[in-house]
Design a protein around this ligand. Sequence first.
Ligand code: UN1
Length: 496
Amino acid sequence: MAEKIRNFIGGKWVDSVRGLTFESRNPADTCELLGLIPDSDAVDVDKAVTAARAAFPAWRDTPAPKRGEILYRAAELLVKRKDTLGELVCREMGKILSESMGDVQEAIDMTYYMAGEGRRLSGETVPSELPYKDAKSVRLPIGVFALITPWNFPTAIPSWKITPALIAGNTVVFKPAEETPIAATHLVEIFDEAGLPPGVLNLVHGYGETAGEPLVRHPDVDGVSFTGSNEVGERLAGICGSTHKDFMMETGGKNPIIVMDDADLDLAIEGALWGGFGTTGQRCTASSRLIIQEGIFDQFLKTFTVRASQLRIGNGLDPETEIGPVISDIQYQKILKYIETGKGEGATLILGGRAYEKGDCANGLFIEPTMFVDVRPKMRIAQEEIFGPVVSLFRVRDLTEAIEVANDVTFGLSAAIYSKDVNKTAIAERDLDTGLVYINASTIGAEIQLPFGGTKRTGLGPREAGGRGGALNLYTKWKVIYRDFSGTLQKAQIDN
Ligand code: UN1
């Protein structure tokens, strides 16, 4: 039965004002209609921003530990509903059930973590250079945040944005990806049940052009956090720059795994399969480039090809499945087109490359695990983010060339090296130009207690998630306070 989904504005569940809807369907079986979703526009956005603005002063003045208690309750509810929410993520987004559960687990981790930040939102107290004077800094909320999230992590990535925004005392208008609106709605229901006051967290469904962009442009929105495509992110960055809104974006990746001759080959193959084909390659952190040293190349290629060809494609709800569908017809067409581009550029296709329509997969959006060799670093398939089950292999002479190839892309999210030589891994750790580096582990699997994000075109603004460099740097502004209790005019720098 298709669910009737609504927007959530000022504490009430409402349809879009113009009454239009769009559909959410299961990508593993597009005959399965999951829900009807409000197709919102600038009018709905304006109502949501107005509600968020009205709720801001009281939420800002609620003590942060109290805000934390609400987040803590939300985390407890997420734990209780992990199974049903995980299954919904699997149905709506397509990734296999264990990964869908992992998605919800990441939201749980993040929500507990940020609940704790309610008692830790610390600034600095430092000595003044003058007597009878003190000096401190405090973190303050910014106002109304627009949060725009992608479909590949339907609960985890929203939690990366919603929980730090709320714990810091901001109010939120959340516009989730139009491909995964039901999971987003169930997440918001949980925050509502946990006891958020009306208007603190608002949800507006819709498409980027008609709902997302008006939200970002809205004059009463103070800050924007966006995860999605580079093209959209860069356009939103321009809007936010010219209207003076705080902004962060997290966009593409073209993440390499380097495998040195001295690596544990089995471990490297497991990591490359998981990184390359896990989530059907639909992670910003996916290992889409495998950079293999020449001494081990043939052996790696042989075993990896066999293992990749054995991966079971199917509906993610089936516990045997290892590769689920891709999210949408648009992505399906785009990935198949990239495969043609790779062939046209002269790379050699050695596995997959086709749609998969056998048996139960006939009505789904499935693509075979795909591998290219003879890939040159400047080819489009070596440079652009495909966001599908497609990996390119490169043969290199030594570590220097491996790092050169690894860094020779415009993105810089995640990178990995497999080697037993501690000196080589230390050099890679130093020289790989990415926000995340993994030693003897794949490029995926970041944990929420440290910052998440990358260099170069991967991102802009503060990083996501936790740790000193994490999301609170986006969702708070600093105020510095000097208090002079000398009762005389003291002059900094001058009374020296
Ligand atoms: C993403 O790829 O969009 O490290 C997010 C990981 C996950 C998060 C990925 N924890 O792969």
